[in-house]
Design a protein around this ligand. Structure first.
Ligand code: KG4
Ligand code: ZN
Length: 351
């Protein structure tokens, strides 16, 4: 009943000049709610981060994340509507991340979204978290339209995609083991830099020289796939050997060297993919896209190759609900991803 009624509603919404989506994101350790107009304009994007809570455990504790989402979500909703200067009555649809992510964390957002959709008689749009990360660049660059090559680099994903249109993409390459963000976090942990590792390594690498060779030949050089577990092990072994000899670790140089090894391969494979696909646009998406060396390197290489590089502002690279609202708009206007009230989280939702 609800879904049938919403199907009709969506048909009407599609004809509106302005479409306003309220989006909810709770897949990991950020409780975020945003209000987005026509998929491109952020009216509000409130992010309540739990980083300080998880820091002392050295990583995200799933149960703690769920509990904190539950405690924060009502206030985050109030603040998101307040900052957008709107009431819930002025919202056209509710969007929610339903995967991939931590099951308990996703459950808080999904159930909250279902309740909100039901009591306000609004359509509910189910959004894939990674599609949201890709959409973050639509908010930052009004002129950006598919098709383009996208490098998705986060704590859980490392992939090169050809984004065919707003709803579909083709996987070109992916990691065969760890994600690049995961490698950042693990290396930071070994070096005692705390959680999350990415920003800490990013900062220290600026003070170091990339003079340590961690990887030998890239065994996957001829493919578009990646491997990060070997690089991580190389850093662990290097640090271990120096510690055994009681030599102080050159932390800054390790960070700079790890970073060059981790990022250059991403950049080069994305450029190669763009050339093969004859596409002149490369978009960075996901938390690791906040990395300064990554941004500098993609700019430089794209300039050399006559390709345009796009990446969102840092706050839009890491998890936020505005990116979910942007993706949901494109689902909505194409009549896709309308969920029923039996929507359940999918922790392992594929790309
Ligand atoms: O996209 P995201 O916020 O969450 C996931 O969907 O995974 O990405 C989080 C990842 C973490 O591994 C974090 O260390 C990494 O992004 N990250 C960075 C930087 N900022 C965040 N990695 C490298 N440099 C950064 N500046
Ligand atoms: Zn993410």
């Amino acid at each position: 009943m609800y879904k049938q009624r919403m199907q009709q509603k969506v048909d009407n919404i599609k004809t509106q000049k302005n479409i306003i989506v309220l989006a909810i994101e709770t897949s990991c350790d950020e409780t975020s709610i945003a209000v987005v107009k026509n998929g491109r304009e952020v009216l509000s994007n409130v992010v309540s981060s739990q980083i300080n809570i998880h820091k002392r455990f050295g990583g995200v504790v799933p149960e703690v994340a769920s509990r904190n989402h539950t405690m924060a979500i009502v206030n985050v909703l109030d603040e998101a509507l307040h900052q957008a200067n709107l009431t819930i009555k002025q919202i056209d649809a509710i969007a929610v991340t339903y995967g991939a992510g931590l099951i308990g964390a996703l459950m808080v957002g999904v159930n909250f979204a279902k309740g909100l959709a039901y009591i306000n008689d609004l359509p509910l749009i189910a959004v894939n978290h990674i599609k949201g990360h890709i959409a973050a660049s639509y908010l930052a660059f009004n002129e950006l339209t598919p098709p383009f090559i996208c490098l998705v680099t986060s704590g859980g994903h490392t992939a090169i995609l050809k984004v065919d249109d707003y709803l579909n993409h083709t996987l070109i390459g992916t990691t065969l083991d760890d994600a690049v963000g995961e490698a950042y976090d693990k290396v930071a942990r070994i070096l005692g830099l705390g959680y999350p590792g990415g920003p800490a390594i990013d900062k220290l690498a600026k003070e170091g020289e990339p003079n340590i060779k961690f990887t030998s030949r890239d065994k996957l050089a001829k493919t578009f796939n990646f491997s990060y577990s070997g690089l991580k092990t190389a850093v662990i072994n290097y640090a271990h050997k120096l510690k055994q000899k009681n030599i102080q670790l050159p932390i800054n140089d390790i960070c700079a060297s790890f970073q060059v090894a981790a990022i250059d391969v991403l950049v080069e494979k994305a450029i190669k993919a763009a050339k093969i696909q004859k596409l002149k646009k490369i978009v960075l998406a996901g938390g690791v896209a906040a990395n300064s060396y990554f941004r500098k390197r993609i700019d430089a290489r794209c300039l050399e190759e006559g390709i345009q590089a796009y990446y969102p502002p840092r706050s839009m690279c890491t998890d936020n609900a505005a990116m979910i609202g942007s993706q949901a708009y494109y689902s909505l206007i194409n009549g896709k991803d309308l969920a029923d009230l039996n929507l359940t989280p999918k922790p392992n939702l594929p790309l």
